[in-house]
Design a protein around this ligand. Structure first.
Ligand SMILES: Nc1nc2c(ncn2[C@@H]2O[C@H](COP(=O)(O)OP(=O)(O)O)[C@@H](O)[C@H]2O)c(=O)[nH]1
Ligand SMILES: [Mg+2]
Length: 180
């Protein structure tokens, strides 16, 4: 609170349907989410936290928008690739779909892998070590876990993402504005 904005960044969240992307963004933005009444299309919002002003971009994972989706990736400074720790297929999609899609868009933009819905953890869930191994193998800058429903580790995920992003300083931002 009361911190001056020093950096600007666009953060884009991808991952399969129902992994909790919208809930994660809503919880970070508003402190909670309305269950099952969440927007399903692309949407964006700006949140200030510590020295960062973060443009948050939600995405639609549907195959029908596969060709259009990368348009919304423009100017992304970091991606969050989400999977739900109780859903093995969403975990598999990280390597089969999401890493290839964002790497096709850009070979340089950093991405973090986020295991969601930790409140649903049982013995058969994806173990944190498996998430970490996946992140290392895929070239992610970090693996983190959170629960949107319990607002557990949500703020931490976004702060860490902001720190690890290719953020722009105030000076760079005003330069861009002059050029535009
Ligand atoms: N138990 C639990 N359920 C969650 C959590 N986050 C989201 N959900 C539920 O998972 C479903 C999909 O969430 P949503 O945010 O719409 O997923 P999206 O399709 O990835 O945007 C909804 O029924 C949410 O209520 C969480 O942290 N824990
Ligand atoms: Mg959604």
């Amino acid at each position: 609170m009361g911190d001056e904005i020093e950096y600007f960044l666009k953060l884009t969240v991808v991952g399969d349907h129902n992994v909790g992307k919208t809930a994660l963004l809503e919880t970070f933005t508003n402190g909670g989410f309305i269950r099952d009444e969440l927007p399903k299309l692309f949407s964006s919002n700006t949140v200030t936290v510590e020295e960062f002003s973060i443009d948050l971009w939600d995405t639609d994972p549907s195959d029908k928008v596969q060709k259009l989706r990368p348009i919304t990736y423009t100017n992304t400074c970091i991606f969050l690739i989400c999977f739900s720790i109780d859903n093995a297929s969403s975990h598999e999609s990280v390597t089969t779909k999401w890493v290839p899609e964002i790497r096709k868009f850009s070979s340089k933009i950093p991405f973090m892998i986020v295991g969601t819905k930790t409140d649903l953890r049982t013995r058969s869930s994806i173990h944190p070590d498996v998430g970490k191994e996946l992140a290392e193998a895929a070239g992610a800058v970090k693996y983190m876990e959170c629960s949107a429903i319990h607002n557990d580790n949500v703020q931490e995920v976004f702060l860490e993402a902001a720190r690890l992003s290719d953020r722009r300083s105030l000076q760079e931002k005003s330069k861009t504005c002059v050029l535009l």
